[in-house]
Write a protein that binds this ligand. Structure first.
Ligand code: SF4
Ligand code: F3S
Length: 330
């Protein structure tokens, strides 16, 4: 057993992960990425041979919700029956992709923390992946958000400019999110607008973004060298944002049969009827959150009895406001 594992296969062997668990994880990843089940074996072979990947996580104008989502990667009361992810393997994968800088999670602070970031940028040019959480203020030369005396705008341009690839994680990093809601006093924008030349950018909107999709994208990057297939305009991966929630919602039967919840706690609500009349934005929101769900597959908003807020749609704080007012009938 190598003491310093160089590949993910060596790393999970060191942690006692069985071949069976690993293959099951790869099967779940193939399903999440909307690949045929036959691809699970190919993912297993490539992932076992994958080398470490340096990741730096930049937090700007945000609520830390995406970091919280990330930290719940392994949260599931019964992971092996949820059918979504094996938390131990998710945790190991996220450990393996060396998280070299994350202000909220890292032990060092101040100058020592900034040294970690600057070391990655200086020594790993073109090799590291940047995760951006939060929006980037551009008004008044970006002075509304600074870290260690440098504006978020300057950090983003400097760090992203030297990266192999960038993930804009969550709605704020995608299009400015809540901070960009009118009147947008800080001039908040997402990564694509703040750094138009960002190399190999992928957007994973959501408020917060779902960690299962982050893991699936990283698996795809580790095994193929590329992000999964994306929508060319929004740069969102098709496996996660390729269809409207409404199409495959577990309450769609009730929508089709005109059985709606009319008031919170009424008989229809208790029976699990459609939430359209309560303002559900599922007919407008493209997301796979009804299949991957949250907290290790435990549940998702509509499953828990609340309408979708459309958190994966662009500028949803402005465009989907009045969340409890029903959309117009078709
Ligand atoms: Fe569509 Fe929402 Fe009704 Fe589900 S609950 S069927 S997403 S309107
Ligand atoms: Fe967001 Fe709607 Fe899913 S609010 S988490 S896209 S159910």
């Amino acid at each position: 057993m190598p003491e310093n594992p160089k590949t993910f296969g060596e790393y999970i062997a060191m942690h006692g992960v069985s071949r069976r668990s690993f293959l099951k994880f790869c099967g779940v990843m193939a399903a999440t990425l909307a690949m045929p089940s036959a691809y699970a074996g190919k993912i297993a072979t490539a992932l076992a041979a994958a080398s470490r990947l340096s990741v730096v996580w930049l937090e700007f104008q945000d609520c830390t919700g995406d970091s919280e989502s990330f930290l719940r990667a392994g949260a599931s009361p019964d992971p092996m029956t949820s059918g979504v992810t094996d938390p131990s393997l998710v945790d190991l994968l996220l450990d393996f992709v060396s998280l070299d800088y994350h202000e909220t999670l890292m032990a060092p602070a101040g100058t020592a923390a900034e040294k970690s970031l600057n070391d990655v940028v200086a020594n790993n040019a073109g090799q590291y992946v940047v995760v951006v959480e939060g929006s980037i203020p551009t008004a008044a030369n970006g002075i509304y958000c600074t870290v260690h005396g440098e504006t978020a705008l300057s950090i983003a341009r400097r760090v992203i400019g030297g990266a192999k690839a960038t993930i804009a994680l969550g709605s704020c990093a995608w299009d400015g999110g809540l901070a960009a809601a009118a009147p947008n006093p800080t001039g908040a924008v997402g990564v694509g607008q703040a750094v138009p030349t960002a190399p190999n950018l992928i957007n994973l909107p959501g408020c917060p973004s779902n960690v299962v999709n982050v893991v699936a994208c990283l698996v795809n990057l580790l095994t193929t060298g590329n992000w999964p297939a994306m929508d060319s305009n929004s740069r969102r991966p098709l496996f996660a944002y390729g269809h409207e929630i409404h199409e495959t919602c577990e309450r769609h039967y009730y929508y089709e049969h005109g059985q709606f919840v009319q008031a919170w706690g009424d008989a229809g609500h208790i029976a699990g009827h459609c939430l359209f009349r309560m303002g559900c934005r599922g007919p407008r929101a493209a997301s796979n959150c009804n299949t991957v769900r949250w907290n290790g597959g435990t549940n998702w908003p509509i499953g828990a009895g609340h309408g979708c807020l459309g958190c994966t749609t662009s500028h949803f704080w402005d465009k989907q406001k009045n969340f409890y007012v029903a959309l117009p009938d078709d």
